[in-house]
Ligand binder design. Structure first.
Ligand SMILES: C[S@@+](CC[C@H](N)C(=O)[O-])C[C@H]1O[C@@H](n2cnc3c(N)ncnc32)[C@H](O)[C@@H]1O
Ligand SMILES: [Zn+2]
Length: 403
């Protein structure tokens, strides 16, 4: 079949798919070919789609019934067709894209994999498409919002299109606002202040989830975050929704602020959106900086991660090792304290040689505190130890190294 532009057939997960031939659209080496092609396709996001397949299967297992799922911004339909082929218990996949060429290629990809009866493809603006699913009996079990940049402009209609107990999945690629490079844009879009700290990727997840919680609460919907991750140039969050004012109140109560001292690395959390905030660091007297309001609650659930791991074990995915490594880290840090310390950042500030992350963790644990690695940063440590203990451990390790 001809699409009027150069294409190729690729394999991803258990499917074959026709996608634009990306090299054709790269005139200069620095060109970002996925956005130049007539239909969007980004091979780098395979891992994102792999995690989505695992999370959707874990969700289906939890609800234990046939589910109807949707991707309102589908590109070549890879994610949606993978849901239809790879996730058991999916009875319907409703896909959509504003680009007519995307609709054509997605329909073709559904046929190529023999799931054209399960997959429906629409050609509407995503908000209009989702609103058509917002009425009782039309609502969906899972909505996956994977747009260019921020998902906030589709969040409201995605939440309204979900049935009670359904799951929302959101990708945000606008890391410059979320990580504090474009502070005003973050406040505008997510309703919270970011901070350029070493743990800005965790803050990005918490700002995204916080925005979802506040948006959901307006509809008297509460959220329960089951999985989230930060990889490459994006963050991703998965949460189930529960209808009711009380559950909505409960999720709003998990909003708050993180106060951070750029002078001594001290940080603390303040629960509640309308709370008085300290101005001065209790550790060193410097001025505190504020991130938030953002989500201070859990950003992953151990049992849900374990189900995803079980599902991963049954599948033959190209990036299985990376998926497993990341999943294990996320499961282990699911109940860990908010924020993490960057060993390199502290060594740099204290003008000390870089210590091994394992040795720092062992030193912290030897003092009776928890110390857990994080998927957010390969040199990051989550701990309940006060900042001075972390710095002391690092300083003593450096002294041992001969300084
Ligand atoms: C990042 S791509 C989607 C990639 C896809 N989710 C995947 O996993 O491969 C974003 C898509 O959103 C579509 N799009 C942009 N604005 C839209 C709108 N207002 N309504 C529906 N689709 C839109 C674009 O045509 C593009 O295909
Ligand atoms: Zn301080």
């Amino acid at each position: 079949m001809s699409f009027g532009f150069p294409t190729e057939t690729i394999k991803e997960g258990e499917i074959k798919a026709v996608v634009p031939k990306l090299e054709t659209y790269r005139e200069k080496p620095q060109d970002y070919a996925p956005s130049k092609a007539p239909v969007f396709y980004n091979p780098v996001m395979e891992l994102n789609r792999d995690f989505a397949v695992l999370a959707l299967q874990a969700h289906q297992k939890t609800v234990d019934r046939e589910i109807r799922v949707s991707e309102p911004l589908t590109g070549c339909g890879l994610r949606g067709v993978r849901f239809a082929v790879e996730v058991s218990g999916v009875c319907k996949v409703v896909l959509n894209d504003i680009n007519p060429q995307s609709v054509k290629i997605t329909k073709h990809n559904a046929e190529l994999n023999g799931v054209e009866d399960k997959v429906e493809v629409c050609n509407l603006d995503a908000n209009l498409f989702l609103t058509q699913h917002a009425a009782p009996k039309k609502r969906l079990d899972y909505v996956d919002v994977d747009p260019f940049g921020t998902p906030v402009v589709y969040m409201d209609s995605a939440l309204r299109a979900l049935r009670n107990g359904g799951m929302i999945a959101l990708t945000a690629t606008d890391m410059a606002p979320l990580c504090g490079v474009h502070r005003k844009a973050c406040i505008r879009k997510y309703g919270g202040t970011p901070l350029r700290t070493e743990y800005c990727h965790e803050l990005a997840v918490r700002l995204l989830v916080g925005c979802t919680a506040v948006m959901a609460a307006k509809h008297e919907i509460g959220i329960n975050v089951l999985f989230s991750h930060s990889i490459d140039h994006y963050v991703r969050a998965y949460a189930t929704v529960s209808h009711g004012a009380k559950v909505a109140d409960k999720s709003v109560q998990q909003m708050g602020y993180i106060l951070h001292c750029f002078s001594c690395f001290h940080r603390e959390t303040v629960q509640g959106i309308v709370s008085p905030l300290k101005q001065v660091c209790p550790n060193c007297g410097a001025k505190l900086s504020v991130a938030g309001p953002l989500w201070l609650g859990k950003i992953a659930d151990q049992n849900f991660c374990a189900t995803m791991e079980e599902e991963l074990g049954k599948r033959n995915l190209k990036k299985k090792n990376k998926l497993l490594k990341t999943l294990t880290l996320i499961r282990n840090e699911a109940d860990a304290p908010v924020t993490y310390y960057g060993v390199d950042k502290i060594c740099d500030k204290l003008n000390l040689p870089i210590s091994s992350q394992t040795k720092v963790m062992n030193g912290i644990k030897a003092q009776g505190f928890v110390a857990i690695p994080t998927h957010f940063n390969s040199r990051g440590i989550k701990t309940d130890a006060p900042t001075d203990v972390v710095k002391d451990v690092i300083t003593k390790l450096a002294q041992k190294m001969g300084r």
